[in-house]
Design a binder for this molecule. Structure first.
Ligand code: SAH
Length: 355
């Protein structure tokens, strides 16, 4: 059985499926899903992420979180958690950079929320020394102060897509035409979750809604509001999304999202406004959105790059300069990627962010 045949059989039996179901099957089908079956990161994989570009990324996130932990009176014990840790590189860099913070490592309990058994095995190799515990869901996080990072996690959560039709919405679906997967539209209906989008959209506009992000953000924000802590959420996207952002990447090249399901990475831009509103409703304060480049510059990435550059020459030096540029420059990841901070309303926001 391949995933394409499985999806065709499912649609033949039950009718067209929402884009969110399609995305969920492609990414996390227990036997055939994209993340379930492989490590997709790096030069030989399909895409590359900030922590795989340079150690500086995880180091600076670590310093921001560690300073926030100190500012909140060094609570102990506390949870250090990551959503979708990939290869574990970000967490390894974060932990190495915070080794010297008195009491931090002794007080932390490391929890990794990861759906893919393949990537759990990779993370185990990278992070074994820190005795991490893996969780299937954020709901299983302990009730105690929570310091959390999530890089390129929310963009992998399934989205639904709706097209404005009068004062209602027609949902984009994946169905069949001549036996092949194709996009179609469901009947127009009201969508309570999109009520606020009737104001800024017109007939025919497409908006996306990530239902799966709501319970995740709620669980994180509830713990931070009740016990203290902070979350740094980094992803590509903006305060409010408009238009079709579903994207497939295969071997670092854009692909057709319906071609070769389960063989390409599927992502969508993150609607940070939706995350911030959910967090606020759960009693948690949030920062304004900060471009990744600005955030990293404020935390001292250029000084860090200079220090790392000192012993380097030739290719090593070129690679470091390119990595600094890639992470921070507005034409590269600097503007497209944004950082949202969640923190307890009694505390000061994490360093690097716009309060
Ligand atoms: N944060 C890493 C990896 C990003 S790729 C980095 O920056 O390099 C997305 C990660 O989220 C992968 O580890 C993937 O397996 C995981 N993931 C995707 N959907 C998930 C879900 N619903 N629950 C838990 N983990 C998920």
């Amino acid at each position: 059985m391949n995933l394409q045949n499985h999806l065709i059989a499912r649609i033949q039996a039950g009718g067209p499926i929402p884009v969110s179901d399609y995305m969920a099957e492609c990414l996390l089908h227990p036997q055939l899903g994209y993340y379930t079956t492989r490590d997709p990161l790096g030069a030989k994989g399909d895409f590359i992420t900030a922590p795989e570009i340079s150690q500086m990324f995880g180091e600076l996130l670590g310093l921001s979180l560690a300073q926030t932990w100190l500012d909140q009176g060094s609570p102990a014990p506390f949870t250090l958690a990551e959503l979708g840790p990939g290869r574990g590189s970000l967490m390894a860099d974060l932990l190495r950079a915070t080794r010297g913070v008195p009491g931090l490592h002794a007080a932390m309990q490391l929890h990794l929320i990861e759906a893919s058994p393949t990537l759990r095995a990779v993370q185990n190799k990278t992070l074994e020394a820190y005795a991490p515990e893996w969780l299937d869901s954020v709901d299983a996080l302990p009730d105690q102060p929570l310091f959390l990072v999530a890089n390129e996690f929310f963009d992998a959560l399934p989205i639904r897509q709706f097209i404005r039709t009068g004062n209602g919405w027609s949902e984009k679906q994946v169905g069949l035409k001549d036996g092949a997967l194709t996009f179609g539209l469901g009947p127009a209906a009201p969508q309570p979750a999109l009520q606020h989008r009737l104001v800024d959209t017109q007939e025919g506009d497409l908006v996306e809604h990530c239902e799966a992000a709501v319970p995740v953000t709620q669980a994180v924000a509830t713990r931070i509001a009740a016990h203290g802590g902070a979350a740094l959420i980094i992803d590509y996207g903006d305060w409010r999304a408009l238009g079709d952002t579903l994207q497939a990447l295969r071997a670092h090249e854009p692909a057709d999202p319906l071609q070769a399901p389960g063989e390409a990475d599927l992502t969508a831009h993150v609607d940070f406004e939706a995350l911030a509103l959910t967090a606020k409703t759960a009693g948690c304060a949030h920062t304004r959105l900060t471009p990744q480049g600005v955030f990293l510059e404020r935390l001292g990435i250029t000084d860090r790059a200079r220090a790392l550059a000192a012993p380097l020459a030739g290719e090593g030096l070129e690679t470091l300069i390119a990595a600094h540029r890639r992470l921070t420059h507005p034409d590269e990841m600097g503007n497209l990627f944004k950082v949202l901070g969640l923190y307890s309303s009694q505390a000061t926001p994490p360093p690097g962010l716009n309060p």
